[in-house]
Design a binder for this molecule. Structure first.
Ligand code: KG4
Ligand code: ZN
Length: 354
């Protein structure tokens, strides 16, 4: 019998098992992470090694450096995750791994490690879409959350509004036509001379600023629920450059500029997502992705959802950014659906969710 035949034969038993523990690996961008997750909902361990200091000197992620750093860290993260969960390799039921979207070299590290473990341990290999992982971070934070619900995924590379119809079943309602929200935050932060990744720092700075200090254009999009952040970003960068050319001290205006930009991005995300939620009549709304850590976004959605009688779900702050716990949750629901990969699994840099 081949590896795959053995996995398929044992699958029904595994799907019925009372406690399924998945070792998950995430390496799509600049975090090397491993976690052990029980039944898609309980975090037994969650180890994250962030490479941010390695990339910050270059002002963004350098793919070659990311790949090498993943190779260096992935084994350590796996060992750490198992140790923290007080488990041995053999007690793991399956291996889940992010296979896309992301940087090809970075993804390959996690995928190769997961394939080697799956083959050596003779355990199933479950491929996970990174965006799906972000959505599933909500299952780890809110045990009562079940589909259907509307989800706004806003990260460094993606801005989507999705209808989560069932576990693993998604319908795209809208997405960005150009830049992702996180990317726009990082570019805006850069002109304010904040180090990479500037999103969290811009968020912090905006607490002290006036969100109405600078008027920014409202993006126009073809689809009702689509986003566009490129025009907003360019208008912001031009406004800052104009101020500099006029000799205005940017340092003194930084907080107002940050608050104005954050307000513009949050308003756009809020308006489109609430429109989609209200039109869907689904009374549950979740936020996901790195940008869901944004304090202005969380506060705006809390207020709007309360007013609209919609229950809001948000990942805990340490689960908003990239981590392997969310991949372990997504992997569990893929396993339930019998979606296993064979050992030809490859990195898929442009993998789509829908
Ligand atoms: O989901 P994530 O960790 O990685 C991707 O899958 O892209 O998202 C990272 C993005 C970065 O652009 C980062 O600046 C942004 O999320 N981000 C924030 C905040 N925390 C992280 N943006 C705004 N406010 C924050 N508090
Ligand atoms: Zn991510």
């Amino acid at each position: 019998m081949t590896y795959m035949e053995r996995c398929r034969e044992r699958l029904p038993e595994l799907q019925q098992k009372e406690k399924v523990r998945i070792l998950a690996i995430e390496s799509s961008c600049d975090e090397t992470a491993a976690a052990v997750i029980e039944n898609g909902r309980v975090i037994l361990s969650n180890a994250v090694f962030t490479q941010i200091p390695l990339h910050a000197v270059y002002g963004g992620v350098v793919p070659e450096i990311a790949s090498r750093a993943h190779v260096d860290a992935v084994d350590r993260m796996v060992d750490w995750a198992l140790k923290e969960a007080s488990m041995t390799m053999n007690e793991i039921d399956a291996i889940g791994v992010t296979c896309g979207p992301g940087l090809v070299g970075a993804l390959l590290t996690g995928v190769s490690c997961a394939k080697a473990l799956a083959f050596a341990l003779d355990k199933p290999l479950i491929p996970v879409n990174h965006i799906e992982g972000h959505i599933c971070a909500n299952y780890l934070t809110s045990p009562e959350l079940e589909p259907p619900f509307i989800c706004l995924v806003a990260s460094g590379g993606h801005s989507h509004i999705l209808m989560v119809e069932d576990y693993g079943v998604y319908r795209l309602l809208g997405c960005t036509q150009d830049d992702a929200a996180g990317e726009a935050f990082d570019k805006a932060a850069r002109v304010l001379h904040l180090p990479y990744p500037g999103g969290p720092l811009l968020d912090k700075l905006s607490h002290e600023g006036n969100p109405n200090a600078l008027t920014l254009p409202r993006p126009r999009t073809p689809g009702k629920y689509d986003f566009s952040f490129s025009g907003l970003k360019t208008a912001f960068i031009n406004a800052v450059h104009n101020m500099e050319q006029k000799g205005i001290d940017i340092e003194a205006q930084k907080a107002d500029l940050a608050a104005s930009f954050q307000h513009a991005v949050v308003s756009s995300l809020l308006e489109k997502t609430m429109d989609a939620a209200l039109a869907s009549h689904v009374k549950r709304l979740a936020l996901a992705g790195g940008v869901s850590a944004n304090s202005g976004l969380r506060a705006a959605f809390e207020q709007a959802c309360q007013k609209a009688g919609i229950t809001l779900y948000m990942p805990r702050l340490n689960l908003c950014g990239d981590n392997a716990a969310m991949i372990g949750s997504a992997a569990y629901y893929r396993l339930k659906r019998g979606e296993l990969a064979d050992l030809s699994l490859n990195a898929k840099p442009a993998l789509r969710l829908v």
